[in-house]
Design a binder for this molecule. Structure first.
Ligand code: HEM
Length: 453
């Protein structure tokens, strides 16, 4: 007997030929947010392409944990293979498992606390460059900081500002192209050789050249390094052979891409909210001044920065960088009450899930205290900025640590003031970033609070 396919309903508002393409392309985030009212699992159409949107956190949980073996990473990640095929975030099956086992130790919680000094030494000079009373493009500043943290920790490399900017632009170009291709109704159009495609190819070359230089240096001076690149260079497959160079290259680029933009936008939104809420900023300053008390920040301070951490949690909720994560059914799958044939493209959105009033009271209010342990916590599976299950973010502990450190270091030195009248809008590119975020850096009078002797 063959299993019966029982597809999810089509979301309201489908137009002939174009489907839901207009609202999706006009306001991606708004469209997906409204779609939550259409039911736990629904289908949308982009031209002839059908996508299944999983809204319910219970179904997302099922898809990412007990049923994860029935899905591949899907559309978006297929396009992200532009970064190099088979890097950890896009690899599938056995290759994914072996790579994850190889690289995960570098990102274990205990290992990450050993990175605090490097993180601090990378962030401090970057924020020391800021000038009192000068306006910053905060998104770019945070991108440069987050990129140099990943590069310093994982590759022992911190390029000059100009090369760092070129890398940032290249990652951004490739990201934008991947998203456009994933959402395009007719994929073939994008494959034509256009000026834009040549730019994407050029961006890929810049990335490959920069990373190839890092790898050559590690190979030439192996004793100088003990980092993720060394780990990859020392790795062997089951036959005892070393990993091929192009695979090492892909992994390094994959980490750079996965680890930079995500943390950067979280930090940008966090300071945007502090600019709008001086009372929260004051509480942060009080905590940082009390805990650090004029000392150099170390791993031992981190557990004491409880309010700072709640600020990070709340930003991860309200501005979850991932607004679109995809999967594809590799066989017939039963998900809740629906049955999806092999080949079904699915997507889920941590960003819209975290803004659902049924899961979070006053969801649009930025309230770090909702994370106080005595307050009711969201249901299991309803807070998933890093995903869940076997494909959960490998860098989550890294990201928490980095975001806490950067927030504390900036707060101990600077106030970032909003530009009067500006109201940055969330834009859903590969992450949710602010349309424009200019803030003025004002030096704080340094007044560390020392504990009474
Ligand atoms: C706030 C910051 C970050 C957020 C919100 C975030 C979010 C995510 C999400 C949602 C996924 C899973 C996608 C899926 O289920 O398909 C993911 C995967 C991944 N992330 Fe992150 N990430 C962050 C920072 C980082 C950092 C700092 C690194 C590394 C330095 C990193 C490395 C990775 C890797 C390697 C994967 C692929 C894991 C696998 O497939 O096994 N991420 N991230």
């Amino acid at each position: 007997m063959t299993a019966q396919v029982h597809l999810p309903p089509i979301a309201p508002g489908r137009r002939a030929l174009i489907g839901h393409a207009v609202p999706l392309l006009r306001d991606r985030l708004g469209f997906l947010q409204e779609l939550r009212a259409a039911g736990p699992i629904v289908q949308i159409a982009i031209g002839p392409k059908l996508l299944t949107v999983v809204n319910s956190h219970e179904l997302i949980h099922e898809m990412l944990t007990s049923k994860s073996h029935q899905f591949s990473k899907g559309l978006l990640f297929e396009e992200l293979k532009l970064f190099g095929k088979d890097a950890l975030p896009v690899a599938e099956g056995k290759r994914h498992l072996t790579r994850r086992r190889l690289m995960q130790p570098a990102f274990h919680r205990e290992r990450v606390s050993g990175y605090v000094q490097t993180m601090r030494e990378t962030v401090e000079p970057a924020i020391a460059r800021w000038r009192n009373g000068h306006q910053l493009d905060l998104k770019t500043e945070m991108q440069l900081i987050a990129q140099s943290v990943v590069m310093s920790v994982a590759f022992t490399s911190n390029p000059e500002l100009e090369s760092a900017r070129a890398l940032l632009t290249s990652v951004d170009t490739v990201f934008k192209a991947a998203l456009r291709r994933a959402l395009l109704p007719v994929p073939l159009l994008e494959r034509l050789r256009t000026r834009h495609n040549r730019q994407v190819a050029r961006a890929g070359e810049i990335l490959h050249q920069a990373v190839a230089g890092i790898i050559t240096d590690h190979r030439t001076n192996p004793d100088h390094y003990d980092d993720v690149v060394s780990l990859l260079l020392a790795a062997q497959d089951e036959t005892g052979a070393a990993l091929p160079d192009d695979e090492i290259l892909s992994e390094v680029i994959g980490l750079l891409a996965a680890g930079s933009e995500t943390t950067a936008v979280v930090l940008a939104w966090l300071f945007h909210e502090l600019g709008r809420h001086p009372e929260l900023e004051q509480r942060l300053h009080h905590e940082v001044d009390t805990v650090l008390a004029g000392q150099t920040l170390t791993a031992a301070h981190l557990p004491q920065l409880a309010f700072t951490r709640r600020l990070v949690s709340e930003t991860l909720r309200l501005y979850s960088p991932a607004w679109l994560v995809t999967r594809q059914a590799i066989e017939l799958v039963q998900l809740g009450h629906v049955t999806l044939p092999a080949g079904t493209d699915l997507l889920w959105s941590p960003y819209t899930l975290h803004r659902d009033a049924a899961l979070y009271p006053e969801p649009l209010r930025f309230d770090p205290d909702r994370w106080l342990p005595e307050r009711p916590q969201p249901p299991k599976g309803a807070f998933i900025p890093f995903g869940l299950g076997k494909r959960q973010c490998a860098g989550d502990a890294f990201a928490w640590t980095e975001a806490t450190i950067v927030t504390a270091l900036i707060a101990s030195r600077w106030r970032l003031r909003p530009t009067p009248g500006a109201s940055p809008r969330p834009i859903g590119e590969i992450t949710v970033h602010p349309s424009s975020l200019r803030m003025t850096a004002m030096a704080r009078e340094s007044r560390p609070i020392r504990e009474a002797a």
